[in-house]
Unconditional design. Structure first.
Length: 135
C-alpha cells in the first residue's frame, strides 16, 4: 500500500461487529481507530488488573478517528502494537473490579483483554475488503 493510498476511501461490506458508518473509512482512519481504541483498552486493562476501576466510562465515540495523520500513521501504528504487547506481559487478571463496555456491559480485565483480541481480528477483515476494492 502506497502512502497516497492511505487516504483513499472505498465502501466495503460491513464485517460482523463493525459499525456501518466506518465501512468507508480510508486505511489511515482505520489504523487511527485501532490505535485510539487499543490505547484506551490497554489503559483500562492495566488499571483493572491492579484492582482500580477507571474513572472514565468508555463511549463508542472515543474510538472515532479524526483523520489527517497521513503516512506517519504507519509508525504510530507500529509503536502502538509494540506497546500493547509490552504492557500485556505480566498482567494479573482479577475478576473485580469491572468496567462496562458500551455494547456488552460489565467486563473484567480478562474480558477486556479478550475483547481487544477480538476487536483486532474484526478489523483485518475490513482491511482485506478495503484492499480488494482498491486494486
Amino acid at each position: 500500500l502506497q502512502d497516497w493510498d492511505l487516504d483513499e476511501s472505498v465502501l466495503v461490506k460491513r464485517p460482523f461487529g463493525v459499525q456501518n458508518n466506518s465501512c468507508s473509512w480510508p486505511m489511515a482512519m482505520l489504523m487511527e481507530h485501532l490505535i485510539l481504541t487499543g490505547v484506551a483498552i490497554r489503559k483500562t486493562i492495566g488499571l483493572l488488573s491492579t484492582g482500580t476501576r477507571p474513572q472514565h466510562l468508555p463511549h463508542i465515540a472515543d474510538g472515532k478517528p479524526s483523520g489527517g495523520r497521513g503516512p506517519r500513521i504507519r509508525g504510530e501504528f507500529d509503536r502502538f502494537l509494540n506497546k500493547f504487547v509490552e504492557c500485556s506481559d505480566g498482567l494479573t487478571f482479577r475478576p473485580r473490579p469491572t468496567l462496562p463496555h458500551p455494547w456488552t456491559g460489565e467486563m473484567s480485565a480478562l474480558h477486556w483483554f479478550k475483547f481487544a483480541a477480538l476487536h483486532q481480528c474484526m478489523h483485518p477483515i475490513q482491511v482485506a475488503r478495503t484492499m480488494e476494492r482498491m486494486t
